[in-house]
Design a binder for this molecule. Structure first.
Ligand code: UT7
Length: 343
């Protein structure tokens, strides 16, 4: 399917934006495939072969997205050499907010002791962090903010049906945070591409719990408050949308794929990442993968993977890095930048 999002795409370049620090939080409780064998009719072999996932983290009662997000934020601030008082804005990407309102960002502002700065959530499902990255970069590029805290925080264990083997094995909980800052004449963000195709909303959604179908005992009995997914269709569109978005992003930057040192794809399924690598003719070693440890943590996948890639020296100063994601909506996005440790 052709998923082009603009007839004449604008030159998408935000040159003075840097990731000043990153942080992550992962719940300590590990749920392995063998644990799942005792819960639903599945096997470690099936999950490993069909998804690449071996285990995932499950949040405890007090580990809400705001709590996990605040922990990741504190680590990111420390790594950036900043305090919460230095922040000018908080943006949280989440599909599993603590409450419908107020926003998870407002809870986090209070928890980390930030000033009364603008704080809000955005919703683009698994592409949320990339949408947030691009949004934050625009505020920075317009000089409307100097330091923005961007968080992807998810508690997917709260919205999956633990009796449905086709979905419950795929997801996990966690949070990742970036401090996005104004750099100095640094050509760091090379290009980006985002888009959505709302005609595909029905392949991945939660029917009840919003104002269209409020939570009632009957809706809960029918399991309408859980995530519903047409797995095979999502699988195909995931590959199509990421392939096309990544290609557009590279074209806009005027570089070739060989210049990219590391690609951080959405961590939903190893087979999706392998198919993407094959279709694009980009060697598998260029893709950073940690899906075996955490499963799909939706908007938290990219910041968690980036943080681990930097910590393990898989990404080094000066490397060209590409983020690419897709999610419910459907949505997609990619961003290409040169990694620089500090502004
Ligand atoms: O962020 C976006 C979130 N979602 C995704 O990225 C999901 C994208 N889709 C996928 O990753 C894959 O479609 C799945 C992993 C969900 C499923 O893999 P598949 O290769 O598409 O399997 P399938 O749905 O065609 O199912 C094949 C068989 C079925 O049995 P029958 O009908 O052939 O007898 C399923 O009932 O596998 C069965 N099955 C399982 N068996 C053991 C489905 N889930 C399981 C399971 N354990 N957990």
């Amino acid at each position: 399917m052709n998923l082009s999002n603009a007839k004449n795409p604008p030159l998408c370049r935000l040159p003075e934006v840097v990731i000043q620090g990153s942080g992550i939080y992962l719940p300590s409780k590990v749920l392995t495939n063998h644990d799942l064998e005792k819960m639903v009719n599945t096997t470690d072999e099936w999950i490993t072969e069909r998804t690449g996932i071996k285990e995932r983290r499950i949040a405890g009662e007090k580990e809400t997205p705001s709590e996990m997000g605040a922990m990741a934020a504190m680590m990111a601030l420390q790594n950036a050499g900043l305090t919460a008082e230095d922040l000018d804005m908080i943006i949280v990407a989440t599909t599993t907010p603590d409450t419908i309102f107020p926003s998870t960002a407002c809870y986090i502002q209070h928890k980390i002791g930030a000033r009364t700065i603008p704080s809000f959530d955005i919703q683009a499902a698994c592409s949320g962090f990339i949408y947030g990255f691009i949004l934050a970069s625009h505020f920075i590029a317009c000089r409307s903010a100097r330091h923005i805290l961007l968080i992807g925080a998810e508690k997917l264990s709260a919205i999956v049906d633990w009796e449905d083997r086709s979905t419950c094995v795929l997801f996990g909980d966690g949070a990742g945070a970036f401090i996005i800052s104004l750099g100095e004449n640094s050509p760091d963000q090379l290009s980006f591409d985002i888009g959505a195709d709302g005609s595909q909303w029905q392949i991945l959604y939660i029917p009840a719990g919003g104002s269209k179908l409020p939570l009632t005992a009957q809706n809960i009995n029918h399991k309408l408050h859980f995530l519903h997914m047409v797995g095979k269709k999502v699988f195909r569109l995931a590959i199509d949308s990421m392939e096309q978005s990544l290609t557009r992003c590279i074209e806009k930057a005027g570089i070739s794929a060989e210049h990219i040192a590391c690609i951080i794809p959405h961590q939903a399924n190893l087979r999706i990442i392998e198919a993407l690598s094959e279709r694009l003719g980009i060697p598998g070693e260029k893709f950073f993968v940690n899906v075996e440890k955490y499963g799909n943590t939706s908007s938290a996948c990219i910041p968690i993977a980036f943080h681990e890639a930097v910590a393990s020296q898989r990404i080094k100063e000066g490397d060209i890095v590409l983020f690419v994601s897709f999610g419910a909506g459907i949505t997609w996005g990619s961003v290409l930048f040169r990694y620089k440790a500090k502004a």
